[in-house]
Write a protein that binds this ligand. Structure first.
Ligand SMILES: *Cc1c(COP(=O)(O)O)cnc(C)c1O
Length: 408
């Protein structure tokens, strides 16, 4: 049997390569950070990690993890409801709820699991899920596992959301689902308007804060802080794998009855291992650090504003950003790959995205700014972009932008 499967897979893989969609993984040999080493020996500046607050290699978090190895051991060898719950897990869940101003929290191995396990226990075929068209793959998969009637609205299109809400009035319960920050454009969900529509059409809200938690809002409390609806959203999901240290772990936080039901019925929680104690301990330390100071958020916001402004002045066509993601628009897929390759030669690690990750004809390089970047790092990145951009003829003529494109 495997002969035929092998022939089939070999052909499929060749097809992926021919289409230029084959993903090659670069191998890093240093800790994650602003400056990294790759296995070719090259040292590059990293502008494509989700390490928004620069915590992936933070000495305090490493210390907290090491200490927990001594006090709580290496692993749990159990799911939470059998013998996998430690004091550290309960403490971390409480810290997350405090951070978001919610009632209770449930931990998962990853946010992919949090999203995969949130819908099916709460909603049935008499209910409706109204989902943004650009929501993350894990939300799409989670929705598929649930019997609720599905409605989809165009990305951040509030008129369309309203239409879908009207169409969903016959259902028992309605849940609007959105990413907090859309990771390809860097735009923030219009939570204030979504909240108003949810009130008007009697719906609950779930927001996935993976790219917004720690980043968006004056103190990094995410989109509910930015839009002044803290504590008013029923469900928030998020990850410990991005701004919050970058190791592993996901969570759902929100109304206490919802969290209680997830502990009873959410399959990725019930049937998958507890996060390691060292990860929980480092998470606790991380939230303690967040409550002491906004230094990292301030630095990140300053870095992002500086980077977008300088890139616009250099003549790049950047999407207006409300997060730490700056999409440098190139439109042409091949150009995005060529530009990313040349930038790597200049010591700048970024990735070009094109169809099907983004719409056809909207290829881009996504730059992810971090609080770990120094002004020197940013200047080096901007200089490299400008050099390569000139060579490839992608800069707007006249440069000093002033085009009102909203880059800054
Ligand atoms: C990264 C991401 C996830 C997955 O998070 P993990 O903890 O890595 O599984 C889910 N949703 C969104 C919007 C993300 O960006």
């Amino acid at each position: 049997m495997y002969d035929r499967v092998q022939a089939h897979l070999t052909q499929e893989l060749a097809g992926i390569k021919e289409a230029g969609l084959y993903k090659n993984e670069r191998v890093i040999t240093s800790p994650q950070g602003a400056e990294i080493k790759v296995n070719t020996g090259a040292e590059v500046l990293n502008f494509c990690a989700n390490n928004y607050l620069g915590l992936s290699n933070n000495p305090k978090l490493i210390d907290a993890a090491k200490q927990a190895l001594d006090t709580h051991g290496y692993g749990l060898s159990s799911v939470r409801f059998i013998c996998g719950t430690m004091d550290l897990h309960k403490e971390l869940e409480a810290k997350i709820a405090e951070f978001f101003g919610t009632e209770d929290t449930i931990l998962y191995a990853a946010c992919f699991d949090a999203n995969g396990g949130v819908f099916e226990p709460l909603l049935g075929e008499e209910d409706a899920i109204i989902s943004d068209s650009l929501n993350h793959a894990s939300i799409i998969d989670g929705v598929r596992l649930c019997k609720a009637v599905r409605y989809r609205y165009n990305n951040s299109d509030m008129a369309d959301l309203e239409e879908q809400l009207k169409a969903a009035q016959a259902q028992r319960f309605r849940l609007i689902v959105t990413d907090g920050v859309f990771s390809m454009d860097g735009n923030v969900a219009k939570m204030d308007q979504i909240y108003a529509l949810a009130q008007k059409y009697d719906a609950m809200i779930m927001v996935d804060e993976c790219h917004s938690a720690g980043v968006v809002g004056a103190t990094g409390r995410g989109v509910t802080e930015l839009h002044n609806i803290r504590g008013k959203v029923e469900i928030i999901t998020g990850t410990l794998g991005k701004a919050f240290g970058g190791a592993i772990g996901g969570f759902t936080t929100g109304k206490k009855e919802i969290i209680s039901m997830l502990r009873q019925r959410s399959r990725p929680y019930l049937f998958s291992n507890s996060i390691p104690p060292m990860v929980a301990a480092a998470g606790i330390k991380m939230f303690d650090m967040m409550s002491e100071t906004n230094e990292l958020q301030d630095k990140l916001h300053e870095n992002t504003a500086y980077f977008s402004q300088k890139m616009a002045e250099a003549g790049f066509d950047c999407k207006p950003t409300q997060s730490a993601i700056v999409a440098v628009m190139l439109y042409d897929a091949k150009l995005s790959q060529e530009m990313a390759a040349r930038l790597l030669d200049e010591g700048i690690y970024v990735i070009g995205f094109y169809y099907p990750v983004v719409a056809k004809g909207l290829a881009r390089i996504r730059v992810q700014v971090s609080a770990a970047h120094t002004r020197e790092h940013l200047d080096k990145c901007i200089a490299a972009f400008t050099k390569v951009g000139k060579e490839l003829g992608v800069l707007k003529s006249g440069s000093d932008c002033g085009c009102g494109c909203g880059c800054n």
